[in-house]
Design a binder for this molecule. Structure first.
Ligand SMILES: C[S@@+](CC[C@H](N)C(=O)[O-])C[C@H]1O[C@@H](n2cnc3c(N)ncnc32)[C@H](O)[C@@H]1O
Length: 288
């Protein structure tokens, strides 16, 4: 289906997009500008839009209508200061993870020399931490070969190949040595909640990146239990969690004799980040 057939001018295109996607004119402008990779103010400078651009725009708008996330259409995602390439089928980094990076920087008790990231996806956390900790060597892993290719491209783009090593593996399998920080934004959505996720997530993002099993904590519990052997004695593990998992995880940590841990809130006031081990002691109303 074509949203528009002939070479309409930009004003008409924006009007049609606004109507078709049921968004405001401002939003439609932003969508069109993103899809044709032009600044908004430049969009209106070319009165006539060639037929090739029209065809491409039609195709992309159709994908949007079907629920495909815009990041998969443009193959780009902004994460902190980094414009990353994102491959369809790789988890799209979220805003909450940007704040996670800031918290890791604040809570570590010493400057890390070695960092392990489990489940790197497109490499957003690894690329960011490489800049936060310019002396650190980072190992970034994922079980998905597509994610590994995607992360490798972003690491290459930011000239980090000598500092960030990428490895395809299942959790800690085949990894040796100990790290100052182990970090992960793991799959943590309870299996039972997956059907109620937005269509753009459940139909287009990889289930492997989302499904945390029964109660959502299967992966997190394995990470903490197995991570113990891979973290240095004054190191820490930093893990994103869901706020509904706080009580289950607290119980798990106490039962398994993990004495020092803190759970921090995100910018929306939800408890979303678990830090285990040597964590800077700054108890506040944002901690559990
Ligand atoms: C929620 S995504 C996080 C991606 C990225 N770190 C981010 O924050 O945007 C979880 C990632 O874990 C990976 N993953 C799932 N199971 C894994 C396993 N058993 N071992 C390693 N990685 C795994 C998925 O492929 C996915 O890339």
């Amino acid at each position: 289906m074509s949203l528009f057939r002939t070479s309409k001018n930009m004003r008409e295109i924006v009007k049609i997009v606004s109507k078709e996607l049921q968004i405001t004119r401002d939003e439609a402008e932003l969508v069109v500008a993103t899809l044709i990779a032009q600044p908004r103010f430049e969009m209106y400078l070319n009165e006539k839009i060639d037929s090739e651009t029209v065809a491409l725009l039609n195709m992309k708008l159709q994908q949007l209508k079907e629920g495909v996330p815009i990041e998969y259409i443009t193959k780009k995602v902004q994460f902190l200061d980094y414009q990353l390439v994102i491959y369809p089928g790789v988890f799209i980094p979220r805003l909450e993870t940007e704040y996670f990076i800031e918290l890791i920087g604040k809570l570590t008790t010493r400057t890390p020399k070695t960092i392990l990231e489990i489940g790197t996806g497109c490499g957003a956390i690894a690329v960011s931490l490489a800049h936060v900790f310019p002396e650190a060597q980072i190992v970034a892993t994922d079980i998905s070969p597509t994610a590994i290719d995607n992360a490798s491209e972003n690491i290459r783009h930011y000239n980090l190949r000598d500092r960030v090593t990428v490895a395809q593996c299942d959790l800690f399998a085949g990894l040796t040595g100990q790290f100052d920080i182990i970090v992960s934004n793991p799959p943590y959505v309870p299996t039972s909640r997956i059907p109620s996720l937005p269509k753009s997530v459940k139909d287009f993002e990889p289930i492997l990146a989302i499904d945390g099993g029964y109660q959502g904590v299967q992966f997190i519990e394995r990470l903490v239990r197995e991570g113990k052997q891979h973290v240095k004695s004054h190191g820490m593990m930093a893990i994103e969690i869901d706020e509904d998992e706080v009580n289950i995880l607290r119980q798990f940590l106490v039962t398994n004799s993990f004495r020092t841990f803190v759970i921090k809130k995100d910018l929306f006031g939800r408890f979303r980040y678990l830090f285990v081990g040597d964590v800077k002691n700054e108890k506040s109303k944002n901690s559990h």
